[in-house]
Unconditional design. Structure first.
Length: 654
């Protein structure tokens, strides 16, 4: 309370209303599984479209595990289905199992690998005089076999030279005239022994010191200004484009790149040495890494790029004659037009098919090294989790599949406010999916059957996909268009052109009571999701919408009442808590989410002496009891029809 010591008028702001509770998101989804590219250990970034997914995790081409085992790219297909069905926010935890050994915890270890390609990273290594140069894909995967294009070009005339820039010194300077060749006889094509490139350093006295590369025969120069001698000294501009493994489209472009190792932008290092460094990666979206082993300056880097990218500094007879037999002038002409080079990284692979250890993952949030489902434990806004493709194969993988399903269910139960979408293995019979369901019992999981038939945009063939990607999108669409309290069922499956198995009424009569949600085809109504039950034997939690709606309410109240902690535990606080929660639930009732024609029939909130003992108060416990009447779906619509006659009507009136 403010202390008053001086007479006067004091104006204070006070709040006359209770604190509010904001509803949490219920459709943010987390998918886990292998992809063609992307980080394995970094915390997942939220994705809002399929194009963003492809920027981070590659396209939808099949995955090849420990050749010749090839599978569909189930996670890409699931993401595509999720967004097509109405999903808006997606997290992806990528799994990767190296061909040999565990996945390294450090990027510098990962690019070294335990064998030529055991770590899955594509690379290109070139040995140069006195040092080596290596380009390595930042992430493992066959999609890391990237195409790289380099461009080196002179900056415009009059461009300002900055301290640390690599500059071209024109041949008109007297100190360089001795390096020119003036013979009128055109000799055979040859390369300049040392490019007339310098690193510009601004001295304290205002003069510029131009330092050539180590071992260069060119002299060191000191000039008062860099805009003299007729042909101004110009900085070099370096650009780099990264294309996908097919070389068909650009993934990222970097231009212009500073060659000054000390260059900063807004105080942050942003030279090529920093942006593509292993020890100090400048951006999570950088798709390549330059491992400049022993390369300490920009001139060495340009030399390395010349060797790696095939930049041709040699002069043909025609180029030499066109420049009047002046070797430096000919090179000047080439750099004026721009020189292009390219390189291809090789050896990237998709490793082995991930198993239980990869799905389980490991902790490491402090170092940014979490993996698998452990990554999702750090993200509190996820409400739906699934592992599309984890059940692929069946047969000899049944034990591993069952373990992954149990892992997914355990994760959802441990995180409390999540539901796990479970896929059966493909091509299962009614008896087999019934046996699978009998293994599990959880109110935080829902099983969907059968797999969905779609037209694959990659192979242009009909393929079967696990249901979870479609279901997650339908959940999101249902939440946006209606609300979490409405059962996510009787919705059209937009991407389906068929089903792996057509379920009839008699078959679903055997599956539905066991909590197996079926996809059905109805003449004139298309393919629809025709079930909304959890995998729980508890009748209170039989329906998916009840489970999800209570998770929404619990999570919202949990987050919206954090201000209560350490407040004085008395009547005033209890009244505030009651008002805050009641206001939130009244809004839910007004939206039609709770059963009852009046608020007092829809819910109650108690927080007083009837919910707390003196022992609770003495031990710092505030106990609030909340009761709600949820809406349950009209799963069985019964229309009773009988014959009606005029006599019967008259008898009724009498």
């Amino acid at each position: 309370m403010h202390q008053y010591h001086l007479p006067g008028i004091f104006v204070e702001e006070v709040s006359s209303r209770s604190k509010s509770i904001k509803g949490v998101s219920t459709s943010t989804t987390g998918f886990i599984g292998p992809t063609r590219f992307g980080s394995v250990t970094r915390s997942p970034e939220i994705l809002t479209s399929l194009s963003e997914f492809e920027q981070h995790h590659g396209d939808g081409h099949p995955l090849t595990f420990d050749a010749p085992l090839t599978t569909h790219n189930f996670l890409w297909h699931a993401a595509r289905s999720f967004f097509e069905e109405g999903g808006q926010r997606l997290y992806v935890s990528r799994l990767f199992r190296p061909l040999a050994g565990p996945y390294p915890t450090d990027l510098s270890q990962a690019v070294e690998g335990s064998g030529p390609h055991d770590d899955g990273h594509a690379r290109l290594t070139v040995g140069l005089d006195g040092h080596g140069f290596r380009m390595v894909a930042r992430y493992p995967g066959a999609a890391g076999n990237l195409h790289i294009r380099f461009g080196i070009k002179l900056g415009p005339i009059g461009a300002k030279v900055k301290d640390g820039d690599v500059v071209w010194v024109p041949s008109s300077m007297a100190l360089l005239d001795s390096t020119a060749t003036t013979s009128t006889t055109a000799p055979p094509a040859r390369a300049v022994s040392a490019l007339p490139l310098y690193v510009a350093h601004l001295q304290a006295d205002g003069q510029w010191r131009l330092v050539p590369g180590e071992g260069s025969p060119l002299p060191e120069l000191v000039v008062p200004t860099l805009a003299s001698h007729g042909d101004s000294i110009r900085p070099l501009s370096l650009s780099m484009d990264v294309l996908n493994d097919g070389g068909t489209h650009t993934l990222a472009s970097y231009r212009p790149l500073s060659l000054d190792p000390t260059h900063k932008n807004a105080g942050a290092p942003d030279s090529i040495f920093d942006l593509f460094s292993v020890s100090q990666p400048g951006t999570t979206r950088a798709v390549i890494v330059l491992l400049n082993d022993g390369i300490g300056n920009a001139l060495q880097l340009l030399e390395a790029l010349g060797h790696v990218g095939g930049l041709d500094f040699a002069l043909t007879d025609a180029q030499w004659q066109q420049a009047g037999g002046h070797e430096l002038s000919a090179l000047h002409n080439k750099l004026e037009r721009g020189m292009l080079g390219s390189a291809v990284l090789t050896g990237g692979n998709d490793g082995k098919l991930p198993g239980l250890p990869e799905y389980e993952g490991r902790d490491g949030p402090a170092l940014g090294q979490s993996k698998g489902l452990k990554q999702f434990e750090e993200l509190e806004d996820i409400s739906i989790v699934a592992a599309p493709g984890a059940t692929w194969g069946g047969g000899e993988r049944s034990d591993d599949i069952n373990a992954v399903i149990q892992l997914l269910i355990g994760h959802a139960e441990r995180m409390r406010y999540r539901i796990a979408l479970i896929d059966p293995p493909p091509a299962q019979s009614i008896a087999e999916v019934h046996a699978l369901r009998a293994r599990f019992d959880s109110k935080h999981a829902a099983l969907y059957y059968p797999w969905i038939t779609v037209s694959d945009p990659i192979s242009h063939q009909r393929i079967q996909l696990p249901p979870s990607g479609f279901v997650a999108g339908i959940y999101a669409r249902n939440d946006i268009e209606r609300g979490t309290w409405k059962a996510p069922a009787n919705d059209v499956v937009r991407g389906a052109i068929g089903l792996e198995a057509l379920i009839n009424t008699a078959q679903q009569e055997a599956l539905n009571p066991e909590g197996i949600n079926c996809f059905r085809f109805f003449e004139g109504r298309g393919f629809r999701l025709w079930g909304a039950r959890t995998m729980s034997a508890d009748p209170d939690w039989k329906y998916v919408n009840v489970r999800r709606y209570f998770s929404y309410l619990e999570h919202s109240i949990d987050k919206g009442t954090q201000w209560v902690v350490f407040e004085p535990n008395g009547e005033a606080l209890w009244a505030q808590v009651r008002a805050t929660i009641s206001d939130f639930l009244i809004n839910e009732w007004v939206k039609g989410a709770l059963l009852g024609d009046r608020p007092e029939k829809a819910f109650f909130v108690r927080c007083d002496r009837s919910t707390m003992t003196q022992d609770d108060i003495d031990n710092g416990r505030l106990v609030c009891l909340i009761g709600m009447a949820p809406l349950k779906p009209a799963e069985f619509v019964i229309l009773r029809i009988g014959q009606w006659t005029a006599d019967a009507a008259g008898h009724d009136k009498g």
